[in-house]
Design a protein around this ligand. Sequence first.
Ligand SMILES: Nc1nc2c(ncn2[C@@H]2O[C@H](COP(=O)(O)OP(=O)(O)OP(=O)(O)O)[C@@H](O)[C@H]2O)c(=O)[nH]1
Ligand SMILES: [Zn+2]
Length: 208
Amino acid sequence: MIAETPFADAEPAVGPDGKLIVPQEVEAAIRTLIRWTGDDPTREGLVDTPRRVARAWKEYCAGYGDDPARHLERVFEEVGGYDEIVLLKDIPFQSHCEHHMAPIIGKAHIAYLPRNHVVGISKLARVLHGFARRLQVQERLTAEVADCIWEQLQPQGVAVVIEATHACMAARGVRTPGVTMVTSRMMGVFREDERSRKEVLSLMGARA
Ligand SMILES: Nc1nc2c(ncn2[C@@H]2O[C@H](COP(=O)(O)OP(=O)(O)OP(=O)(O)O)[C@@H](O)[C@H]2O)c(=O)[nH]1
Ligand SMILES: [Zn+2]
């Protein structure tokens, strides 16, 4: 049996422009970044860093290889006459902001009011991660998750609230940690009916 090497290279990949990118190119770019920040990429502690970083970024951005809608293809028709809100609350997620490629770390609350069928609850978290593991802005992430559920399940309503902190605000630039950005997208009954909206927000216990 061949043991997996702890520092196996990332796989080559085809970019959106159709051109092949080999891991060595990515690693060279990271070595340049290290030199540019003022450190020596040949010193012992940094020698494997470009390979680690290349693989880490493939993992952070694994959502590009996913079509989140596919997670909602399997539905359950028999729900015992259940016709109330289904809410998945406090789902932790990680993303990266498209402006600084810095971490966005937070939690999402995802609710829908079923029409004819429900999905397995893990699938809502899969949809979230499929969109989160890309370069994002929080507003688009929120909208993409809500739109995907709306289109795939055709429910009576969808409500998505995301609360997150942005490392680009905490660790650089304005350097203001402890700030939470809250975004929401309400669709169907949660947009049109004040009572339904209040009910879902109260179940979420969100700050929106
Ligand atoms: N609306 C929104 N803004 C974001 C998000 N993530 C990061 N930002 C902001 O994107 C903005 C980019 O602003 P720029 O002025 O182009 O970049 P910058 O000079 O690095 O800005 P500072 O962060 O203020 O130093 C910053 O204000 C960030 O705080 C997000 O998810 N949504
Ligand atoms: Zn940012």
